[in-house]
Write a protein that binds this ligand. Sequence first.
Ligand SMILES: [Zn+2]
Length: 389
Amino acid sequence: MQNFKVCLFLLLCFTSLLTQSCGVNPATGKQEFQLVSDKKEISLGEQNYPYGQQSSGGIFIHDADLTKYVQHVGQKLTKHCNRPTLPYEFKIVNHSIPNAWAMPGGKIVINRGLLIQLESEAELAAVLGHEITHAALRHGAQSMERGMLIMAGIVAADILMPDENKMQKKALLGGAALSATLLQTKYGRNAELEADHFGMDYMVKAGYDPAGAVHLQEMFLKMVDKKSPNWLEGLFASHPPSKERLTANQAYAKTLPKGFLGKEQFQQKIANLKKWDPAYKAFDDGLEALKDKKYTKAHELATKAINLFPDEGLFYQLRGAIYMQEKDYKPAIQAFTVSIAKNPNYFYPYQQRGYCYKKMQDYKNAKLDLDKSQKLLPLEETKLALDTL
Ligand SMILES: [Zn+2]
């Protein structure tokens, strides 16, 4: 019986391979084996983009001019890429960790924490050009295709597995949300080199100086040498920098025409980020203090951040989180309420306020908040809290 199931499964796999195996490689223009169609790739990106933004800190809402600028630079590059017809989008997310990512189908974000580290528009173009390449050359889709083949192996193993182990396997299969998988995609060494190389082509065609891509790698390597923990968690986890990448970029830049660096323009555009940086620094330190259970210090840092930049919802969220740890649920709810008023589109303060209401046995309000949180970002832990109301 089990063998029959395996055969049926393999037959289904094989049929699906036959029906979806034809596609054009965007880099070479040649036919290649593809499991994920263009349509599927685009719809996956569209469905998971909002969740990816939520789990990366939510949209950065305080500087519409800066957002427009990032989008303008990004769109300028897409005109010259290998798949200009993808529905590219560019957003800034509100996270201090320096990072950037692309989902299949051209859905791209850059973190506030990376923007502030850059020095010129050409460096921004290098980051975005690199991410555009991951989408344009199907790097995400390709790693999903590899994942699908691995999954096929897991499912086959599941069919053969005795029943008592199946629960565990099921948790493994269902536990990781797809958007998280898409975000944690690690591309191989070749994909990284390719993304740098093609990204530089797009930059140059859009008029930028390829030196931007060289500076970027130099800066990344310096950060690695310093072992900056934020960097190791962020961009470097998915885009490991290396001497090899720097050398390749230097060599390629030499063959390309010079262009626009845009240092001054860029510095003007990130002036607000620089102005608010001490507030975000206090917030980040406050998070660390909270982790170390130094509540008085954490409160001081939250208050400092709020005084420096009262419009930022994250800072009230920190205050709420500290009160919550102190089991002081009333002021925690107040702080999360202010956080929500400052930014009603981020899941976290709803989730946390929902937990507080639950603790206070106000199940009606708990349900309202947890439902809202689930709508913005469906999470297993929120579901569990809802199920046990
Ligand atoms: Zn990359």
